[in-house]
Design a protein. Structure first.
Length: 578
């Protein structure tokens, strides 16, 4: 993983200063010098909280739109975001950049408009339908499915039990894998079961999970059934009478660009911080919630600069919104040389618990690959997202050690309790930044019984205003501390878990490997934190004290490594790693 060595602040300021001699009109003002202010000083210009009520309104706006990259609901959503950010000064104030990046000039976009599935024979019965497009059962049309040119009446058959040609097939297997087979066999309609999905069983008999089919320009209409609809159809089939269905589906395919939004609070020479939230997918929690918090953070700090007299920060803050993974890859590519940290906000509004449930929702920060892959100590267990329970990766050497995840856990806990981190699993917008060598973490809430289904719609049990506010407050304290203060709040958060964590690791037997791996990791992570803070901030007494605590923990672990290595008679090598 090659990455440009981090330029020292003094070095970076020089060439830009030269540039300012005769700047063209739209060049941004030169970055400010690093100004070291004590913790809490940022409250002169910024509230500690995002406007969570306004964020929830945005969730409501996005919830009513089935956002697929580049389709009309997606474009409307991007327009709404843009107008909100413009309202906070982005794109009008030259300290607040607002731009669109085009990911695909000419994509085929897809939008579900309406659909219905009825039994005609033996007895008329409406099973599933949605119209208009924001209706609850809108996920019954699998993404990419062709529509029908008027209602289709077809016989129902079970997969493999009869010739599927011209019929509606109750398919075995997942849409992603089986659709093409049924298309080639000439099926007219492909019906897929609710539980036939990578995410595992749905939590409710009425839940209709969304999914994708690679239909291209032709193929059967592809519908997803709820468990109760599938059960009803099998009941009818097993009665032995012919079952005739009427299917209607209306979709809009267009050609057009796929864009993403980039907003930047321009700041000084310290490494930048980025918040990413994917806009696509139809969920309120996944991920209108993350988009709403990212927009609210940008508004909070943008408005403070545009209207509140706040000075430029010591580093730039970036907010990007677009298609999952693709927009993060684009941002990592464009900003890799100036970014220090990246945070993915994905599913951040669901209330924790309930404790009574078998799988209560946890408030989580996903770590980058680190020794917690093997020795978790006080770090929480996997999220349950990965079927096998963990990533199965026992190596972390390709990820830059960073205390970002610990910082987020501590400051989110201060904002509202119960947050924990868990080992790396992947699968969201933090991954492209890791691949680009930029330390990143994922802030999310999981497990989620509505995950990727028709149940993921706005409502207090799905996305709560208080939980959006909590994530906003935790992230805002990172931005305030590293943007306008001496970073002490962040450094203290970084140091906080280590005293207890070292004790736990020291009790592991045999402890050598764990202590060696973690001490080597922590030494490098402390360096990374120091360069994130910048020399000026790192020198401020409160920040320096916290940094010393981190280094102290690394030394204790190093001693433990040595002691256990000698104890196990394996002599000399300190700070093992994988
Ligand atoms: Zn998501």
């Amino acid at each position: 993983m090659t990455r440009l060595p981090r330029a020292r602040p003094a070095l970076l300021a020089l060439p830009l200063a030269l540039l300012c001699a005769c700047p063209p009109p739209n060049v941004p003002p030169p970055p400010a010098e690093v100004v070291v202010r004590p913790a809490g000083e940022a409250s002169r210009w910024f509230a500690a909280d995002i406007d969570a009520g306004r964020a929830l309104e945005l969730v409501d706006f996005l919830d009513r739109r089935f956002r697929e990259p580049g389709n009309a609901p997606y474009r409307e959503s991007l327009d709404e975001l843009e107008s909100r950010l413009r309202g906070a000064g982005f794109g009008t104030d030259d300290r607040l950049l607002l731009e669109r990046w085009t990911l695909d000039e000419d994509a085929t976009t897809w939008e579900p408009l309406s659909a219905s599935l009825e039994v005609v024979a033996p007895e008329p019965e409406l099973l599933q339908s949605f119209s208009p497009a924001d209706d609850r059962q809108r996920t019954m049309l699998l993404i990419g499915s062709p529509g029908t040119s008027g209602p289709l009446e077809v016989d129902l058959v079970e997969d493999g039990e009869a010739d599927p040609k011209g019929c509606a097939v109750l398919a075995d297997g997942m849409p992603e894998g089986e659709y093409r087979r049924l298309a080639d066999a000439g099926a007219a309609v492909a019906l897929f079961a609710a539980d036939a999905r990578l995410e595992g069983r749905v939590s409710d008999d009425e839940a209709i999970p969304f999914g994708n089919v690679a239909a291209g320009d032709w193929g059967p209409v592809a519908l997803r059934l709820s468990r109760s609809t599938e059960r009803r159809l099998r009941e009818l089939l097993h009665k032995g009478e012919p079952v005739v269905l009427r299917v209607g589906a209306s979709v809009l395919r267009e050609r057009g660009p796929v864009e993403m939004l980039h907003a930047e609070i321009r700041g000084g020479p310290l490494p930048g911080i980025l918040f990413a939230a994917h806009l696509d997918e139809p969920g309120a929690e996944d991920n209108a919630s993350g988009v709403a918090v990212a927009a609210a953070l940008a508004e909070l700090f943008g408005r403070g600069i545009h209207e509140g007299g706040a000075p430029a920060p010591n580093r730039s803050f970036h907010f990007v919104v677009g298609p999952e993974i693709d927009h993060a890859e684009e941002a990592a590519d464009r900003l890799r040389d100036t970014l220090g940290w990246a945070v993915a906000l994905d599913q951040v509004g669901r209330p924790r618990g309930p404790e009574s449930s078998r799988h209560p929702t946890r408030a989580l920060v996903e770590r980058a690959p680190d020794p917690s892959q093997r020795w978790r100590a006080d770090i929480g267990p996997g999220s349950g997202w990965l079927a096998g329970g963990d990533s199965g990766e026992a190596t972390w050497s390709r990820a830059e050690p960073s205390l970002l995840a610990d910082v987020l856990v501590v400051l989110l806990r201060e904002a509202g309790g119960g947050w924990e981190s868990h080992p790396f699993e992947g699968g969201s917008d933090h991954v492209p930044f890791l691949a680009a060598g930029i330390p990143s973490a994922l802030v999310w809430r999981f497990p989620d019984p509505t995950y990727h289904t028709s149940l993921d719609r706005i409502g207090p049990s799905v996305v709560s205003q208080d939980d959006l506010a909590e994530v906003g407050r935790g992230c805002a304290s990172v931005i305030a501390s590293l943007g306008w203060e001496d970073g002490a709040t962040v450094a203290r958060a970084a140091a906080a878990p280590w005293a207890a964590r070292v004790d736990i690791l020291a009790m592991l037997t045999p402890g050598a490997e764990a202590a060696c791996a973690w001490s080597r990791w922590l030494e490098q992570a402390a360096d990374e934190l120091e360069s994130m803070l910048g020399t000026a901030c790192a020198a401020s007494p409160a920040t320096a004290a916290a940094l010393a605590e981190v280094l102290g923990a690394a030394t204790r672990l190093g001693d433990e490594c040595l002691r256990s290595t000698i104890g196990s008679g394996r002599g000399g090598r300190r700070g093992g790693g994988a």
